[in-house]
Design a protein around this ligand. Sequence first.
Ligand code: DPP
Ligand code: ZN
Length: 893
Amino acid sequence: SVTIRRVDYTPPAFAIDKVELEFDLAPLTTTVTNRMQLRRAPGASARDLVLHGEDLELVRAEIDGKPWTGVQVSTDGLTVSNVPEQPFELTLVTTNRPSANTSLSGLYVSNHNFFTQCEAEGFRRITYFLDRPDVMTTYTVTLRASRADYPVLLSNGNLVETGELPDGRHFARWHDPFPKPSYLFALVAGKLVAREQRIRIRSGEEKLLQVWVEPHDLPKTEYAMQSLVHSIEWDEERFGLPLDLERFMIVAVGDFNMGAMENKGLNIFNTKYVLADAETATDIDFSGIEAVVGHEYFHNWTGNRVTCRDWFQLSLKEGLTVFRDQEFSADMAAAGGSPEAAAAARAARRIDDVRGLRQNQFAEDAGPMAHPVRPDSYVEINNFYTMTVYEKGAEVVRMYQTLFGRDGFRKGMDLYFARHDGQAVTCDDFRAAMADANQRDLTQFERWYSQAGTPHVSATAQYDAAARTFDITLTQGYGPASADAKATQKGPLLIPFAIGLVGSDGKDLPLRLAQDGQVLAEPQTTRVLELTETEQTFRFVDVAEEPLPSLLRNFSAPVIVSYDYTDAQLTFLFAHDSDPFNRWEAGQRLATRALLSLADAAARGDALSLDPEIVAAFGRVLRDSTLAPAFRELALTLPSESYLAEQIEEADPAAVHAARLFFRRALANGLRDDLMAAYEQNRVEGLYEPSAVDAGRRGLKNVALSYLADLDDPDDAAELARAQYDSADNMTERSAALVTLLQIGPSAARAPLDDFYLRFEKEALALDKWFGMQATRRGAPGERVLDDVGALMAHPAFSLKNPNRARALIFQFCMGNAAQFHATDGSGYAFWAEQVLALDAINPQVASRLARSLERWRKFTPALREKMRAALERVAAGVQSKDVREVVEKALA
Ligand code: DPP
Ligand code: ZN
């Protein structure tokens, strides 16, 4: 395999002034006529033009209207020899085979309609091109197809012409006035209908918004449209960024590798992030739609108007756009509530985002695929659409805002667009805009982009009662990491470290920071310290009593913090910290510590026991009706088994499972009445609404139900769950009830499971849930959930070719059911190897995601490790794609 390196970047030798594409669409063979106006880049002297291309048949090549014979086709492209010195027109006619394209990259067919997916390198599967993001040009696209089969013909930009053709065919011509890289090209053709809405933006211009779906799905598009309208308003309000095209389209497709794609003016979405109604979608689905609609819309500026110079800069658009969608979701959740409710809603979003980051990105950063936010090399770029590029990248962007405030961040954004609109740029350009707009030297901050691994900060504190000073010493470094990751770790980072000091009454003490003999600024209760050295001591003065430090408030940097808290101190912070993130964090620290010691005892075969003080601490939060239900739900949710396994040197998933189950049972038995009360008090009456407040209440109620199902006698819970299933008028309640019944046991769940299937037989997204909940079922001791998974693979509704379905069953089992996947007989790993190889032949991108579920194999007990290695070696021996090969070879290295 060929490794591509960032240091080898060279600018393109040719520029494309404009391109005209004509498509004669037919499922078996589609013909593409590509007419490009080309010129040598200034200073370039290459005689040959080298274009990217894959799986294409070349029919004809012409230069300036004359046949050109100097063309050489290879497996990855086309070389056109001795091209003219002066600007010239190159015409290439090629064919491709959409219905045979199971990779879902390039032009493909899904349910008889045509779709494209071009990011990162799919455009080269449509025509020969300079398929790299720094080649931007304007596109005019003509689509021709049978009118009966493909009444709707869409591409980027504005519709300029439509008309009839002989033989029942018709055409549509689209022009996109904005120069764009090829990865943002899109076309859609088929039997689709649109929900439409016209809006007026601040300039007074009217815009047409459309959400295109299959006809039977039209009633499920209301929420996506509403989310789009909110996104457009929000980006104008918060960042002054308007919608720049006459129309903006979203199209839903059931076969899609990713969540969605931000093609200019024609976003293509996985149905999962468009279609929703109360009956088929959960609160989590609704909030996913809002976030992803926002995300793709926000790319219109951060990604499309200003794009990436090369794929190493992917986080330039992804980290920034994830940060923007997180802020959007938080603002939406907070809208309309009291200040307290708004703060609670924001905190809940922050906790959710950080939990995902710590569970998945921290593990990635500690494993064989660890890479910096701006990677230095890759074999297959599709493998680098990662948690690090997206989620850690978003944290890096958030740190600018933490350092400079909202206004300073906005100034940096304004300067970024003033400098770079219409360009393909780098992460350094973004950092320079932030630095210059805020008159700040951000040289050291560059290390956040270039160093892999999760930074560790350890804190120690010293109170001097006589001098009334409190010293906090912060030391930064990295934990164990792969050799490649270690090699990137060159020096200390600039870490914005937010801190508060909590007094014995539970209230924040005023903070007066002393530096160089000076007391800085007015007292405040949270201060962002700037840690820049490997070790640094900060002194607070006039501290009236010995405080308890509240560290890294609101998770002000993507780091692991250690501090020697006692259980009693954590319990105190869990009850009092004014920073809601850290209040939640104190409970998580308390639980994690107990869970890890329980896992240790379980691994040794010792008896398990839990301090009643810990149960009491959770009980107090559960009962505290001044806390938002969404917060209480998050506080009651224990760290996942996979997160806990990451914290252990040599993980034993069975022991972790036993520990977590024991902890849950202890809470259930200790808090039975409180859980029952939480269940009763948080029933939501009236019409279903996916609001943050209602969702929080349902969430708390359902987490209470799930604990009640872990009582020694789960009969009451079974009865509640069954009644909830039967009376549910929305998917959140219905699916939560069914998951709880599955947790109690297969016999309790059998009838509702059958009912669910019959009810939603024709609803693909709901059926995904049906597969998923069976794959993640806990299973009784000695029971093999894998046997169910095997049987479900033979179900007529199962298909490996549909990524959502494969993810619902196979990924959910391998990534969401740790104890069963890591069964000591190795059956989970054998199943994994078989499915990775089967998917590899169909869809390498999907296969490669599944392949990653074994990359932390070295962290497990020796017996499991050996079985995992054998499975990895089996895949390495049989793999075809470079996608999967890169993952397994890095894992085994
Ligand atoms: N469509 C993917 C995203 O928006 C890749 N750009 O993140
Ligand atoms: Zn994105």
